[in-house]
Design a protein around this ligand. Structure first.
Ligand code: COS
Length: 380
């Protein structure tokens, strides 16, 4: 495999690196503490084209490939995974889903604003009793001719408090199981739609995660994406791409922690020498570097599969499974290399360790990725 980056891809990678260092790094510890992410930063990411990276320029997007998106995700995630999850959800789940399956009118009305960061989107699949078991939707969208009446609760919704456009998965024809599920575009402010309290999380604390309640929300039928009953397939298809974005996030968290540990090991001294000169530390760095490169190859491969029009369900699942494991292992080792300093906030690695954990959980847990991978392997 040749992953030589083009001039344009290198420029995007550099732009994301510069933005992360200049704009995201200042205040990242405070944002994690306060569980806040100023919308101003979302706007700035929008101005740089990071909010609609794979969206056609016709809809105000950047018109880039998946590999460019992955490169940007990696760089942003090295510094601030709360920022990068907002980028990931908006790009892979909301914008991509609308571009691939929305009507022209839906794209004009919603996608053109989502891709610039003027507004931000949320993807609402998980429920109190339907996370991994995504077909068990309790939220209902009952057909009333020209509109649906939406009732139910969604949980752990990234961008829940700041989004203006919500893609909500709901059951319309319970007797048809997953073939009776629809996806509706819900706007902030629709009567009966309430944003619940913010979750107090272990990691990615800057991103705002909320539960959402829908009480007899009237949603016009023109807000349904795709044919009647397309909702579950929509969720699976968008999540297949979303997993590449989260894999890139995990890769970035791992690489960010590794870079910090490498730097620290060359300045921190014990027993009269820099700790990098102790084989115990050098071997840790060797393992981290090797695993990160392996994860990077899987992530790039999945992105290239998507760009080549190949099926990326398997490669995306493998990338997410492996990169998220590497993120967890690497960040734990980075804390260990930092010793006591690793356990305090100023050195960043404890935050990266907390942030890493969610990459093994959201957009399909590691166990779900193993279901996807094993089914694919066994089918051959
Ligand atoms: N692309 C398109 N369609 C897909 C698909 C994909 N990647 N994966 C599954 N489907 C389709 C199947 O083809 C099937 O359709 P048909 O009945 O028409 O053939 C349908 O979806 C149901 O699939 P399946 O029978 O495999 O469903 P299961 O209940 O066994 O669940 C898993 C499949 C576990 C893979 C699915 O429920 C899943 O991904 N769960 C995790 C969801 C998730 O990521 N949650 C996190 C919340 S978002 S942060």
């Amino acid at each position: 495999m040749d992953f030589t980056l083009s001039e344009e891809q290198l420029m995007i990678q550099q732009a994301a690196r510069d933005f992360a260092n200049n704009e995201l790094l200042p205040g990242v510890i405070e944002r994690d503490d306060a569980q806040k992410f100023p919308f101003e930063l979302v706007r700035k990411m929008g101005e740089l084209g990071f909010m609609g990276m794979m969206v056609n320029e016709k809809y105000n997007g950047s018109g880039l490939d998946t590999l460019s998106y992955v490169l940007a995700m990696e760089e942003l995630s090295k510094i601030d995974a709360s920022a990068s999850v907002m980028v990931s959800v908006n790009n892979s789940l909301v914008c991509w889903g609308l571009q691939a399956f929305g009507t022209e009118a839906q794209k004009e009305k919603y996608l053109t604003r989502l891709s610039t960061g003027e507004v931000i989107g949320a993807f609402c699949l998980s429920e109190p009793e339907a996370g991994s078991d995504a077909t068990s939707q309790k939220t209902t969208a009952i057909d009333h001719g020209d509109h649906y009446i939406l009732n139910g609760t969604k949980n752990w919704i990234t961008n829940g408090g700041s989004a203006e456009v919500f893609l909500v998965i709901a059951q319309t024809h319970a007797e048809k199981g997953h073939k009776g599920i629809n996806v509706l575009i819900v706007e902030k402010g629709m009567e009966g739609f309430e944003v619940g309290p913010k979750e107090n999380k272990l990691g990615i604390r800057g991103s705002d995660t909320h539960s959402l309640n829908f009480n007899d929300v009237k949603v016009p039928k023109e807000n349904r994406i795709g044919e009647d009953g397309f909702g579950f397939t929509f969720a699976m298809k968008t999540l297949a791409g979303g997993r590449i974005g989260i894999a890139a996030q995990a890769l970035g968290i791992a690489a960010g922690a590794y870079e910090l540990a490498l730097k620290y090991s060359k300045v921190r001294k014990t027993f009269g020498t820099e700790i990098a000169n102790h084989q115990a530390i050098a071997f840790k760095l060797a393992d981290m570097h090797t695993k990160i490169q392996a994860a990077r190859n899987l992530v790039y491969q999945a992105a290239c599969d998507k760009d080549a029009g190949k099926d990326y369900t398997l490669s995306g699942a493998m990338a997410k499974l492996y990169a998220s494991e590497v993120a967890m292992e690497t960040t734990i080792e980075a804390v260990q290399i930092h010793g006591g300093n690793g356990y305090v906030k100023d050195y960043h690695v404890e935050r990266l360790m907390r942030d890493a954990k969610i990459t093994q959980i959201y957009e399909g847990t590691s166990e779900i990725q193993k279901i996807v991978i094993s089914r694919s392997v066994l089918k051959d």
